[in-house]
Design a protein around this ligand. Structure first.
Ligand code: ATP
Ligand code: MG
Length: 328
């Protein structure tokens, strides 16, 4: 069976004043129907650019130079903007960290959801109004009827994000890409919104790519996890397997940064020493090598993602050759 979304060798380059930089380097992954895939990794590792490339929403200066993005076997990169528009916001859609950038300030919330329903689902105005109200109730807006008449800036951050989710779901997408949808919100609201997303994802059997910094959230939400580092995928595994047996030293370090319930005040977040290299496209070998305590000479040669069985892959030659053992 083919996948809902299949990304093969995706490479995205930005051209700026100082020449070209490769932000996403030969990234390959897939998402199946109804599956939740989380993408994790430190700031600047290419999570957003990967997904903006998939959606065809790169900002100016950004260009996909290699690779394929197949959605239900159709190559999105080969489509015209018009063809792409039919799929975007309809069968696949994206929500962002800050809903104000996606909501139009001069239209009411009701108008915006209704418009989406009229365009993508071909509903009449009355049908669209009814459905918009239902959607707003479903995402937990206390008084859907009066919310319909409000403008985005008059709502709180959490309420705006609920409106965005209602809009994203208005077209019943097969795939929702959520790029850190709750980071701008306070912790209790974050939990409510994520719970809502999870319920809606199950209810609609929708596939979801969730980009997050929050490893705790990954454990709660993901079926499968992709770990990115410096523009590359360095590990991929089903969620339980990844938490139990992380293979790449970077993933292991990432897991160790999660505070557990038994944590004492002294053992708070353990930061990974060093930083993601600012520019990484000139590094031929393992891009984590500089920060890695297992570094060997072979790490500086070009790397690949090695198979560890049961859908587990990691880009670590030392691990593959038995130089690092699983902890039990
Ligand atoms: N518009 C742009 N022009 C030039 N470079 C860009 C642009 N957008 C992103 N980049 C570069 O691409 C790389 C990947 O950025 P990206 O935004 O995908 O990171 P990220 O993993 O989403 O980080 P964060 O967790 O902070 O959101 C970074 O090095 C960034 O500087
Ligand atoms: Mg990002």
């Amino acid at each position: 069976m083919s996948h809902l979304l299949e990304v093969e060798g995706l490479t995205t380059v930005f051209t700026g004043d100082y020449g070209e930089t490769t932000s996403v380097d030969h990234v390959s992954f897939h998402v199946d129907e109804g599956e939740v895939v989380c993408i994790v990794g430190e700031s600047g590792c290419g999570k957003s650019v990967t997904n903006l490339s998939v959606m065809g929403l790169l900002s100016r200066g950004g260009k996909v130079t290699e690779g394929k993005v197949l959605f239900e076997d159709r190559d999105l990169l080969a489509m015209t903007e018009k063809e792409l528009d039919k799929i975007r916001g309809d069968q696949m859609t994206m929500i962002f960290q800050d809903p104000l950038t996606s909501l139009n300030p001069v239209f009411t919330v009701g108008n915006q959801i209704m418009e989406s329903l009229q365009i993508h689902r071909g509903l009449s105005k009355d049908e669209a109004r009814k459905q918009a109200e239902e959607l707003l109730s479903r995402v937990g807006m206390p008084d859907a009827k009066s919310t319909m008449k409000k403008y985005p800036h008059t709502l709180s951050g959490g309420m705006r994000q609920r409106v965005m989710i209602a809009m994203a779901l208005s077209c019943k997408p097969k795939l929702l890409i959520a790029d850190e949808p709750t980071t701008a919100l306070d912790v209790t609201i974050q939990a409510q919104i994520m719970q809502l997303l999870k319920e809606l994802q199950k209810e609609n059997k929708m596939a979801m790519i969730l980009i997050t910094h929050d490893i705790g959230l990954v454990a709660h939400m993901a079926d499968r996890v992709i770990v990115m580092y410096a523009g590359q995928i360095i590990e991929e595994a089903p969620v339980r397997e990844l938490f139990r047996h992380p293979k790449h030293p970077y993933t292991k370090a990432l897991m160790d940064t999660v505070p557990t319930i038994r944590d004492t005040a002294e053992r708070q977040l353990k930061a990974i020493p060093g930083i993601v290299p600012e520019s990484y496209d000139h590094i031929p070998g393992c891009r984590f090598a500089d920060r890695c305590s297992y570094r060997r000479p072979e790490c500086d040669k070009p790397q690949e993602n090695y198979e560890f069985g049961d859908g587990h892959m990691a880009r670590c030659i030392v691990r593959k050759e038995g130089g690092i053992q699983d902890e039990s």
